[in-house]
Design a protein around this ligand. Structure first.
Ligand code: SF4
Length: 688
């Protein structure tokens, strides 16, 4: 059956098709030292054959616990309690013995986990891991199982299957490992697959391939899919129907177009408003959902969203809202739909404008290059790592760029392209193998003692992972104050005042000073990391994926804060990220990196409106847009081949193997950067 999403016919077909799974009044709680966490509270939904159902919400809203509860993968009593019914193909999974359940897991319901790096067994060949799904099938001979595995590996787009069958997970790329996970989930042709954030750890190009693959498989095999994600772009691209979860409950449910265009719940509306959209005006401010999700130790008596809702009424604090049916497929739990509630128009996000921006306007607008001196100049930087024997990994291989005072230079590219290594080399966390880095025209590796101290004060870094970049044994005061004391910027007497001022700047307070990092949420930890970077009055900050581990509404808070701090303190940023919508919103210029090289560099709008390098075009075409209609009509450039190994790369253009325009010359020579328009540089033989 071929599904055409968004049409009335598709909706009717969906409603008419057979139910594969029905979850009724599911609850799940677990005991901790602090009390009982009520993670999932009275959740009911169903999935039909051939349907892709999205479950979306912030971290801790209960979406993953719900998915795992379906297969009873969560710990069971004592210490944990679960209730409700999970009817799968007519049987209640809650009543099955563990032995019976094992037959369902893998055989009838497949599960794709978030992180293929940790979900595969590193000591087993990948082919054998897929074959393990059939361990209980006595009716199948070994060669029959092998044939089935090989057929499925081909089906999910794995090339050179015989060789791959005998490889171990560490020999495969991230995208390839995720394909192995998908093959494992599909090999027994289950009627339901549960995908828990299957593309969160992948680059946009690989993510686009995996999502297309899931759509194809659904169309071919009529498999039902539950897609759990916090990425609204993924929801818009792949899902037919969506559940929005908050505080362990479903707050809105509807067809994908209803959720995006007829949004009825203030929380869904808040989520849609807080994302950095590709077409956003750079001068606009993101609208985060203020506050934090409810404490599930003692969930609020009334609506779980009441504390953060701008439409909250008295009744919301005392009584949980009923679920109202707007049309047969669209349901919402909100008192605003009560017949006596005041009429309220939600401030809905506007539709995506694919034509936003003007190439002419941008090229004619003077960029900072004219006005300011370069704060950081990178000249022919190489950073190699010896792997073994003669093998050398060329993480950064001859990069030159300038970062001007007061600007944000975005640095984008797939994982492993050398972005973070370049950032670390600029901050001197790593020494370059070759090349020069100048800070205000002085080479940083020949600075004298005092000058070096000033460099370490003025150049700071914000790290990607707020969970591992803060010392768990230090209080917030010690973390933020350490740099000040080291650089002699504060005495013990005035340090507290300065720390308080900094914490206020990043949206925290005096009361947080004596606490440890584990007592904070991810967004708050990232704020502490930012306060630490700001504590020494820096001029230049390398922001290494500072928002990629955060939920969209927290992302919006942190991005707004970084922009405001830049305005107030005249900061300069090198902003490393793989989320191109965020990079477009925050950056003045963007450099695109591929396999240790800068392949294109341009003012932001010029790069998005008029990309020149085939790799940039591919990258931009793969971005999921959080607008179902736009994403449905978006043409994606087909990606050929795999990212090549950066170990002992060949002499030609490193993109040649994947490039549709490659000629013989591209395989023999490496292209140099040349200017194609004002401030727009490209390294490609076919351009200019
Ligand atoms: Fe807001 Fe009240 Fe609706 Fe909850 S029930 S979302 S608090 S208006």
């Amino acid at each position: 059956m071929l599904w055409t999403r968004g049409s009335e016919a598709a909706k009717d077909k969906l409603i008419m098709s057979e139910k594969v799974l029905e979850v009724k009044n599911l609850t799940y709680s677990f005991n901790t030292y602090g009390g009982t966490v009520k993670a999932v509270r009275d959740v009911s939904f169903s999935v039909n054959r051939g349907e892709i159902l999205g479950i979306v919400g912030e971290s801790g809203c209960g979406k993953s616990v719900t998915a795992q509860s379906i297969l009873r993968l969560n710990p069971e009593p004592p210490g944990f309690s679960s209730g409700g019914e999970i009817i799968f193909n007519g049987h209640d999974l809650m009543k099955l013995s563990i032995k019976e359940l094992r037959r369902v897991r893998g055989q009838e319901i497949g599960f794709i986990f978030q992180d293929p790096m940790t979900s595969l067994n590193p000591t087993m060949k990948v082919g054998d891991q897929i074959a393990e799904v059939f361990h209980s099938r006595r009716d199948l001979k070994r060669h029959e199982i092998r044939e089935k595995v090989i057929e499925m590996m081909k089906h999910v787009g794995i090339s050179d299957v015989e060789k791959r069958y005998n490889q171990y997970p560490h020999e495969l790329s991230g995208g390839m490992k995720q394909r192995i996970m998908i093959a494992m989930a599909l090999v027994s042709r289950p009627s339901l697959i549960i995908c828990d954030e299957p593309t969160t750890s992948l680059d946009v190009t690989i993510e686009a391939q995996i999502l297309d693959l899931l759509l194809e498989l659904r169309n071919e095999l009529d498999t039902a899919i539950i897609m759990i994600t916090h990425d609204l772009g993924v929801i818009a691209k792949i899902c037919d129907r969506v559940l929005v979860m908050y505080g362990g409950k479903i707050v809105e449910e509807g067809m994908v177009d209803e959720i995006f265009y007829e949004t009825a719940h203030p929380y869904t509306n808040g989520l849609l408003n807080s994302i950095a959209r590709l077409d956003m005006d750079k001068n606009s401010v993101l609208t985060p959902i203020e506050g934090t999700p409810p404490d599930l130790f003692s969930p609020p008596a009334g609506c779980p969203f009441a504390a953060r809702c701008e439409y909250c009424m008295d009744v919301c604090n005392f009584f949980p809202p009923k679920t109202y049916s707007l049309v047969d497929s669209h349901m919402v739990s909100c008192h605003l739909k009560h017949e006596y509630a005041p009429e309220v128009e939600l401030k809905k996000p506007r539709r995506h404008n694919a034509e936003a921006g003007s190439k002419q306007a941008y090229y004619s607008e003077p960029v900072r290059e004219h006005k300011e001196q370069a704060l950081i100049t990178v000249e022919g930087i190489k950073r190699y790592f010896k792997v073994s024997g003669r093998a050398v990994l060329k993480a950064v291989d001859g990069v030159s760029l300038k970062v001007y005072k007061g600007e944000t230079l975005g640095l984008v590219g797939e994982s492993g392209c050398g972005k973070s290594t370049l950032g670390r080399t600029i901050t001197r966390l790593l020494n370059p193998t070759e090349g020069r880095i100048l800070y205000k025209d002085k080479e940083i590796h020949s600075l004298s003692g005092e000058e070096e101290n000033i460099f370490h004060q003025k150049v700071q870094m914000i790290f990607q992972n707020p969970y591992s970049s803060l010392n768990p044994r230090m209080t917030v005061k010690e973390i933020v104050g350490e740099g000040m004391l080291l650089h002699g910027l504060a005495t013990d007497a005035i340090q507290d005042d300065k720390i308080e001022e900094l914490l206020n700047r990043v949206g925290l307070g005096k009361e947080h000073m004596s606490r440890f990092s584990h007592e904070f949420s991810g967004g708050q930890r990232q704020r502490i990391g930012i306060a630490r970077a700001l504590s020494v009055n820096p001029e230049f900050i390398v922001c290494d994926e500072p928002v990629s581990a955060l939920d969209v509404s927290i992302q919006a808070q942190v991005i707004n804060m970084l922009k405001k701090l830049q305005e107030d303190m005249g900061l300069t940023y090198l902003f490393i990220a793989h989320d191109l919508s965020v990079v477009r919103y925050i950056s003045d210029r963007i450099a695109v990196m591929y396999m240790g090289h800068i392949v294109e560099e341009a003012p932001t709008e010029a790069l998005f409106i008029d990309p020149q390098h085939p790799y940039t075009k591919l990258l931009l075409s793969a971005i999921p847009v959080a607008d179902p209609e736009v994403t449905r009509n978006k043409k994606r450039i087909e990606i050929r081949g795999e990212v090549p190994s950066p170990i002992n790369p060949g002499p030609g253009c490193l993109f040649a193997d994947r490039c549709p325009l490659a000629t013989d010359r591209c395989f023999k020579e490496r292209p140099e950067q040349k200017m194609v328009e004002n401030h727009h540089y490209v390294a490609c033989f076919q351009v200019g």
